[in-house]
Each structure stands twice: as structure tokens, then as C-alpha cells.
Design a binder for this molecule. Structure first.
Ligand code: GTP
Length: 501
């Protein structure tokens, strides 16, 4: 979006008459295709969605953004105002000049879909495509399954495809991150469900890493199309209107022969994905799996559609097959939580622009519990519970930008323990001496702070930050915030608690 033309806001009733007449002359489509955009935290999903929204594709696209926990409002409000958009007096929906619409919802995609479909006729131009952007820790399976099943019930929406955006720099550690037995590895499942993988951040990754990433992806989902991108700029013909789940078209799934809804949970240590040696062997097998949530959702839809359960089970089986093979190879050498399985931190290539700061390897600050119930996990180096959670911070007075950056440097780079890991930071920053909003974006050790539009009159000028990671400790994060930004503990408000994946 950086260099692209800024779309202007359009009042819902302001569609040009000629365009409106043209719209009304078009026959109604019986179903609206839905593409799910998924991918791990910070991979480039929003960047892809913005690329789609601003491209010249002729579709009128409705986007449903599912924001993670307490970051609701942070990214959406910044992104929308950054793009010259204005919220219409229509709930959270925003409409762009090309007819695309955007909505931020906290959790329930299907509810948002219903509200979209139930919009009063004539209030806006008709849309003919829906994009759903999941959170970075989401398992896209339940949404895909529900949409696919609904299509069988002659729903007004139909699953078109699942696009998984992969961060070429960080996918290695994401796929191989150790998990306690039975705990889902989100990155693996997101890859497993993909019809197409957008391998993003080419500018930050070396060729060797790209080739390795492709092998890892194919080890999970051997039939998937992989397209390399920078800033998620992809040929939209590859990702929209694939018609992959239509009864008339061929089902686009990892080519798994006999998957059904009886996928077992259990024995294989998820997160122990072997690299390329078993690429292709993931297909045609039925193994036990750590992806229990897929199979449980499949059960709930089995009564409505046996085919629907197959999609979930197929993805689960793909991951399971990889994990089982990896477990066999790794047997006796490293357990599910062995640090030997982890990718070395800090192996990123230097950033190409001053906006991105590269970090040396760095453990971090302390940790926090979470709502996500996970088993404890110990290895020789550390004992922790492997919980993913969110810490939200707020400060109601302007912060010094340089001090703020120093704090981020410290938080991301000067860690003295590897028990915890920050996956993602996002924040709106109210900078001392500036009338412009600033935004922090961090993905693992890389971060950028960019300035955006001016604060609007009456808008609360506050700094709001969201930190998502594994084993975060809020007290220590707050202490470091106080130390580096110079904000007294009494002035901080911790807005949110733990947010489950
Ligand atoms: N250098 C570089 N940065 C990128 C690229 N694509 C995205 N980014 C940056 O990566 C950061 C995360 O991008 P987003 O699009 O917000 O990622 P996301 O997947 O939507 O993040 P979550 O919603 O938190 O999961 C932002 O700072 C982007 O500007 C790329 O190809 N190269």
C-alpha cells in the first residue's frame, strides 16, 4: 500500500448514478465467493488485503478483519485513517470508492458474514466477493469447514479458497517451534489448509531460506501452489475466484487419499517437522496427529456434511503425517520441547531500509500466563508452559520517540532468557511534539515505526500497544516500559489480559 494510490472514502449513498444503474442491471450472483486469508502473526496478511483492496480487479470486495484480542481498534483505526478512509455511520463497516468494504470484528466471522448479508438492500452497492482475514494465531479450519458446509446447504456464500501468507524469514522457526504434545502448531495448520501459499518478504530472505521454506511447506501440503512475493504483491488471478470448493470444480485439497473424521490425537510431537527428506510423503497416509481441534470441528459438521469433515481431517492428516515422520527421525534425540528443535534466533538478513532494524540474537523479557490451557513443558535449558498470550499497554500522555525506540530495542533485543518469545507487537503511538499518529509494527526482532495521518480533533491521543508472544510476563514488560519510556507505574494501564490463540 505504501506507494499505491490512496483510496478515498465514499459515503454509502454517494455512488455515482451511472455506476449504480450499471450495478442494478447486473444479474445477482447466486453465491458470493469467500476467500480466507490466513498466515502466522506478522506474515503480511493485512498487506495482502490492502493490495487486493486497492488493485484494479473489478470486484466489489467486502473484507472482514478479525483482530486479535485487545488490538481491536489499534490497527484498524490506524490503517483506515492511513488510507484516507472514514468510518461510515454503519457500524464498523467502511466503504472504499471502488465498492470494497471493510469491517473489523472481534471474534465471530460467521456472525459478521450474516450481518453483511443482511445489510438492507439499496443501502450500498452490491458486493460480489468476501475476504476474511484471520488472526495470526487462528486455525482456519473451522471457518473453511463452516463455509464449505454452508455452500452445500445453498448458502449465499461459498468458500472459494484458502490463501496462507508465509513470512519467508520466520517460517522456519514457526513450523519447527516445539509444542507440548497435543498442542496445535498454528503455522503448520495454516499451511496445511492452504490452497495457495504466498511466500512473502522476499526482500528479507536469502535464496537458501526460500528454498528451505518451500520444502517445508511442501512437506506439509505437497500439492499446494507457492508464489513468492514482496509486500504481498501477488497476481490476483492466482488467489481470487479459484472456485476450488465448488461442486462443479475439483476440490483443492492436499492430495490425501483416505482422510476421514476419525483422525486421532496424540502421539506425534507437533512442532517436530522434518525438513525436506520426506517431502511428498505427507500424502496418502493416515496417522495420529496433534491437531485435535481440526478433528473436533470436523465432528461437529459431520452430521451436516461428510465431505466437510474430510477437509478438516485432510489438513490434520497432512500435518500429522509430517510430524509422525519427523518423530520417527527424531526419536531418541529430542523431545517435543527440546531446544535443539528450535531455529536459532537472530538469523535474519539485515534489513534493507532504515525503517527496519535488524537485531542480533536475543532472548527477552519475562513472561506471562495465558488463558490457553497448555501443558507444562521442560527441557534442560528452561521450564515454561508454552502459553501464547497478549499484553496490552496504554499511556495517556505523549511519549518521547527516541526513548520509545530504545525501549523497543531493549524489549526485542536485550533479552537474557530464551524461555519467552515476542512474536508480534503493534501499536499506535502518541509522539511528543508531533500531531501525527505513529505506528509501531514488530515481527519477532524486526520492527518499524512509521508516521501516519494527524490525530483528529476530539480523538483520544493515547499510546496503545499490543504485545503477542509465548510465555510473556506482564509485570516485567510493564517494568521495562516504565524504565525506558519514563512513565510511572500509576500512569500505565494494563488494558487487556491474556488472549488465547
Ligand atoms: N520488508 C518487508 N516487510 C513486509 C513485507 N510484507 C509485509 N511487511 C511488513 O511486515 C509487518 C507485518 O505486516 P502485516 O501485513 O501487518 O502482517 P499481518 O500478517 O497482517 O500481521 P498480524 O495481523 O499481526 O498477524 C508490517 O510492518 C509490514 O509493513 C515484505 O514483503 N517485506
Amino acid at each position: 500500500m505504501d506507494d499505491e494510490e490512496i483510496p478515498l472514502a465514499l459515503a454509502l449513498d454517494d455512488a455515482p448514478e451511472a455506476k449504480r444503474a450499471e450495478d442494478e442491471a447486473q444479474p445477482e450472483r447466486t453465491t458470493v465467493p469467500v476467500t480466507i486469508v490466513t498466515g502466522f502473526l506478522g506474515s503480511g496478511k493485512t498487506t495482502l488485503v490492502r493490495h487486493i483492496l486497492t488493485a484494479d480487479h473489478g470486484y466489489r470486495i467486502a473484507v472482514i478483519l478479525n483482530e486479535f484480542g485487545e488490538d481491536v481498534g489499534i490497527e484498524a483505526s490506524f490503517v483506515q485513517s492511513q488510507e484516507g478512509l472514514q468510518r461510515q455511520h454503519d457500524g464498523e463497516w467502511v466503504e472504499l470508492t471502488n465498492g470494497c468494504m471493510c469491517c473489523a470484528v472481534k471474534s465471530d466471522f460467521l456472525q459478521a458474514l450474516e450481518s453483511l448479508l443482511d445489510r438492507p438492500a439499496g443501502q450500498s452497492r452490491r458486493f460480489d466477493y468476501i475476504l476474511i482475514e484471520t488472526t495470526g494465531l487462528a486455525n482456519p479450519g473451522p471457518i473453511a469447514t463452516a463455509l464449505w458446509t454452508d455452500a452445500e446447504l445453498e448458502s449465499r456464500v461459498a468458500l472459494d479458497g484458502v490463501v496462507t501468507v508465509v513470512d519467508a524469514v520466520n517460517i522456519d522457526r514457526q513450523l519447527h517451534e516445539p509444542r507440548p504434545r497435543g498442542v496445535i502448531n498454528e503455522a503448520q495448520v495454516q499451511v496445511a489448509y492452504a490452497d495457495i501459499v504466498v511466500l512473502n518478504k522476499l526482500d528479507l530472505a536469502e535464496e537458501e531460506a526460500l528454498v528451505r521454506a518451500e520444502a517445508d511447506i511442501r512437506a506439509i501440503n505437497s500439492g499446494v501452489t507457492i508464489v513468492r512475493t514482496q509486500r504481498s504483491v501477488v497476481d490476483l488471478g492466482l488467489i481470487l475466484n479459484r472456485n476450488g470448493y465448488s461442486h462443479k470444480g475439483d476440490l483443492v485439497l492436499p492430495p490425501i487419499a483416505e482422510a476421514d473424521d476419525e483422525v486421532e490425537t496424540g502421539d506425534a510431537p507437533s512442532g517436530a517437522l522434518e525438513r525436506s527428506s520426506h517431502a511428498g510423503e505427507a500424502t496418502g497416509r493416515r496417522r495420529s496427529t496433534g491437531v485435535s481441534c481440526c478433528s473436533s470441528r470436523a465432528h461437529s459438521f459431520h452430521a451436516r456434511s461428510s465431505a466437510a469433515s474430510t477437509i478438516a481431517a485432510a489438513a490434520a492428516a497432512a500435518v500429522a503425517a509430517c510430524n509422525a515422520a519427523a518423530a520417527a527421525v527424531a526419536a531418541g534425540s529430542s523431545g517435543p520441547c527440546s531446544s535443539a528443535d528450535m531455529s536459532p534466533a537472530g538469523s535474519l538478513v539485515p534489513p534493507p531500509s532504515p525503517l527496519l532494524a535488524a537485531a542480533a540474537a536475543a532472548p527477552l523479557t519475562p513472561t506471562r500466563g495465558s488463558a490457553q490451557a497448555m501443558a507444562s513443558c521442560a527441557d534442560a535449558d528452561h521450564v515454561h508452559d508454552n502459553q501464547v498470550s497478549t499484553v496490552s499497554l496504554r499511556c495517556d500522555h505523549p511519549v518521547d520517540l527516541e526513548r520509545f525506540k530504545s525501549w523497543v530495542d531493549h524489549l526485542l533485543w536485550d533479552r537474557d532468557s530464551r524461555a519467552d518469545e515476542i512474536y508480534r507487537m503493534k501499536g499506535l503511538i502518541c509522539v511528543e511534539g508531533s500531531d501525527k499518529k505513529h505506528m509501531l509494527q514488530a515481527v519477532y526482532e524486526l520492527y518499524e515505526v512509521v508516521s501516519g495521518p494527524e490525530w483528529q480533533p476530539g480523538e483520544a491521543r493515547a499510546t496503545r500497544l499490543v504485545i503477542i508472544g509465548r510465555n510473556l510476563r506482564p509485570a516485567a514488560v510493564k517494568a521495562s516500559w516504565a524504565e525506558f519510556v519514563g512513565v510511572g507505574q500509576q500512569q500505565q494501564q494494563e488494558e487487556g489480559g491474556a488472549a488465547p490463540a
